[in-house]
Design a protein. Structure first.
Length: 67
């Protein structure tokens, strides 16, 4: 993989991680305020989807180690 491709993936990873943290903070705030459970559940689902995207991108950047 080219260095530029890896740099772009790492940048996208940083953005997704920040968005994931933002969702986490928003969910915590919603729980403390007492927001309805359905909204919180939807936010958690979006956060989980972000985590899946982060994992896929990390797999592209980090090479597999053959034991």
């Amino acid at each position: 993989m080219a260095d530029q491709d890896q740099a772009e993936i790492r940048l996208q990873l940083a953005r997704l991680r920040q968005e994931h943290e933002d969702y986490d903070a928003a969910i915590n705030a919603m729980v403390q305020v007492g927001c309805e459970a359905l909204r919180i559940q939807r936010m958690k689902k979006k956060k989980l989807a972000l985590k899946d995207m982060i994992s896929k991108l990390e797999d592209q950047v980090i090479p597999d180690i053959i034991a």
